[in-house]
Design a protein around this ligand. Structure first.
Ligand SMILES: [Zn+2]
Length: 266
């Protein structure tokens, strides 16, 4: 069984959801703290929001099976820090929860050989599939759009101060897509008042956005880091906290963002 699921679409848009996986391979389970088996730091339920949109728009959708605790698909393979100087944060193979407590049992932390094996087994196949799908779409359409969908709890003191805006759009400070695309999406977000928002604030786009966003080569990438309060009850057990009423409010805005990307495409 593959480590990811790819649904191929017909328009030049790929939606990647690299943190929605929740599975932890059996051989790793005994090394982690028992609490880790619930994968609390997952980008919960995003497939439920984005899969119907991908279907409706004819976009491609790429989702992993495994938890970010196994390996983080949105970190560089050499584990360079995404935000140099940041105090908290997790790397390629996380060893802490977002709450900063250790993920592993004493003495069971991954070593270099372990990390290399996970990179080969989980990280590389996802990136190869992502790259191949972008190439397929680009061969057909010329230019291609990559939308990186993420979500996070609204308050995480180890990672950022205070409460995050509801919607955090990242384009690597404008480097991961054409300037006109950042402007159009920023204008769309600024044109609504229901959800607080920021463009290239605390979250500017992770490794996938930065690496695959190459506007000069016709590849335009944007990341949306959405607070989970937009579609979940953050106080509840996340696995069962999807809130249909809230989701129905934010889904049309997500659809507008994706439509705007497709409408912009030169
Ligand atoms: Zn994420």
């Amino acid at each position: 069984m593959s480590v990811f699921r790819l649904q191929q679409g017909r328009v030049p848009l790929l939606i990647s959801l690299p943190h929605v996986g929740t599975e932890i391979p059996p051989e790793l389970q005994g090394r982690l703290q028992p609490r880790a088996l619930a994968s609390e730091d997952t980008d919960w339920h995003l497939e439920r929001l984005y899969a119907p949109l991908a279907q409706k728009l004819g976009a491609s959708l790429l989702v992993p099976r495994y938890s970010r605790y196994v390996i983080d698909l949105n970190r560089p393979p050499d584990d360079r820090p995404l935000y140099p100087g940041a105090v908290g944060g997790t790397g390629l193979v996380p060893t802490r929860f977002f709450s900063s407590e250790p993920l592993y049992r004493d003495g069971a932390e991954p070593d270099a050989a372990d990390i290399a094996a996970r990179r080969q087994a989980y990280w590389q196949p996802y990136h190869d599939a992502l790259d191949a799908e972008l190439q397929r779409l680009q061969a057909e359409h010329g230019q291609v759009l990559l939308f990186e969908g993420h979500s996070i709890r609204s308050v995480l003191p180890w990672l950022f101060d205070g409460e995050l805006p509801a919607l955090n759009l990242g384009t690597a400070d404008g480097a991961s897509c054409a300037p006109a695309l950042t402007e159009r999406l920023a204008a769309l977000l600024a044109g609504q008042t229901r959800f607080s928002q920021v463009v290239n604030g605390r979250f500017k786009g992770g490794y996938i956005t930065r690496h695959h966003g190459r506007p000069e080569q016709g590849r335009h990438a944007v990341q949306l880091e959405m607070c989970q309060r937009c579609y979940m009850d953050e106080a509840a057990d996340p696995a069962g906290a999807f809130d249909e009423t809230r989701a129905a409010e934010v889904a049309p805005l997500l659809e507008s963002l994706l439509q705007e990307m497709l409408a912009w495409r030169p």
